[in-house]
Design a protein around this ligand. Structure first.
Ligand code: SAM
Ligand code: DTB
Ligand code: SF4
Length: 333
């Protein structure tokens, strides 16, 4: 049964259960889905890198921090297609186009992004975009161009938000997510652990996600990748049990959503990742780079899939969504 009325004490009780009990409970929920051994392989392309106006304290692409990132203009369509072909050849079924923008503007750059979306969709890949804040009209234009999903993370609890980002509000994120849902794009939203948040913040973030009117279709759980020059550069790595608790609790709360084991895999052993898959993760970002930081390469992940008996999920496959939108977005071939 899908519930959107979870209470904070209920989520607290799940999140604080003895770890192995929690993993077992989440694994039982996960195995009710007959495709539990299928993992979505999504690849990222940073189509516009660095120079962002926002002050997200984890992000190497914020213009105000001195990081080693080279600021680059919007990538050409040709370059995006080359990278998309390579990702497809390596078994990716979804391609996520990321831009270091505060918000989308109705200009030539957005027109070029729409072209990229349309071309990548025509290759038979699910296209996801993450371009910052979006109006309803812009979300509709993305949908019409063939975009499948939109990623827009809430990152942390509403209470902790202002400690991490001051140039926009938690409600701005919710507003964009509302526009995305209304335009019938698949909703991808999650957060980061390791920002210096408390367990309470993590529980509140899970509460926000699991009490949305409709659960997000996919939920990325990122572990902070600390980058030199950002305010969080010296944050300590959170221990693996936090990552596992987040994924397991999210799996129980949102049984039909894709749980993406996102940033931070480069620092995780195979055994640690295996625990995350056991706890209900069924999606990863693959390819040697996330947006600007290193990630395990395709070969490493192929090896991991072989060892753990996982298989890559095909694009545009029906999921047990609460919404009707997902099966509809077929590639315009
Ligand atoms: N600019 C757009 C936005 O903020 O929505 C899209 C790109 S932004 C880099 C996408 C997401 O990446 C952020 O919301 C955050 O959750 C995640 N992220 C960024 N830097 C990260 C880091 N150093 N470690 C982990 N996750 C990170
Ligand atoms: C998400 O939740 N994680 C991805 C994707 N959505 C866009 C980004 C992770 C970025 C990690 C830092 C970097 O590589 O710049
Ligand atoms: Fe800009 Fe997105 Fe990075 Fe924030 S997370 S600084 S909005 S690129």
């Amino acid at each position: 049964m899908i519930r959107t009325d979870w209470s904070l004490p209920e989520i607290h009780d799940l999140y604080t259960r003895p770890l192995l009990d929690l993993i077992f409970q989440a694994a039982v929920v996960h195995r009710e889905n007959k495709s539990y051994a299928e993992v979505q392989v999504s690849s990222l392309i940073s189509i516009k890198t660095g120079g962002c106006k926002e002050d997200c304290s984890y992000c190497p692409q914020a213009a105000r921090y001195q990081t080693d990132i080279e600021v680059e203009p919007l990538m050409s369509l040709e370059r995006v297609m080359e990278k998309a072909e390579a990702a497809k050849a390596n078994g990716a079924s979804r391609l996520c186009l990321g831009a270091a923008w505060r918000e989308v503007r109705n200009n030539k750059d957005f027109d070029r992004v729409l072209e990229m979306v349309s071309h990548v969709n025509n290759m038979g890949l699910e296209v996801c975009c993450t371009l910052g804040m979006l109006t309803y009209e812009q979300a509709q234009r993305l949908k019409e161009a063939g975009c499948f999903a939109y990623n827009h993370n809430i990152d942390t609890s509403s209470e902790n938000y202002h400690n991490i980002i001051t140039t926009r509000h938690f409600e701005d994120r919710l507003h964009t997510l509302h526009n995305v849902r209304k335009a019938k794009l698949s909703v991808c939203t999650g957060g980061i652990v390791g920002l210096g948040e408390t367990d309470d913040d993590r529980i509140k973030m899970l509460h926000t996600l699991s009490t949305m009117e409709v659960h997000p279709d996919s939920v990325p759980i990122n572990a902070l990748v600390p980058v030199k020059g950002t305010p969080l550069e010296n944050n300590e790595r959170v221990s693996i049990d936090i990552m596992v608790r987040m994924i397991a609790t999210a799996r129980i709360l949102m049984p039909r959503s894709m749980m993406r084991l996102s940033a931070g895999r480069n620092e995780m052993s195979l055994a640690e990742q295996a625990l995350c898959f056991m706890a209900g993760a069924n999606s990863i970002f693959a390819g040697e780079k996330l947006l600007t930081t290193p990630n395990p390469d395709f070969d490493q992940d192929r090896e991991m899939f072989k060892t753990l008996g996982l298989t890559p999920r095909q694009p545009f496959k029906e999921t047990n969504h609460q919404t009707e939108t997902i099966g509809e977005a077929q590639p315009h071939l």
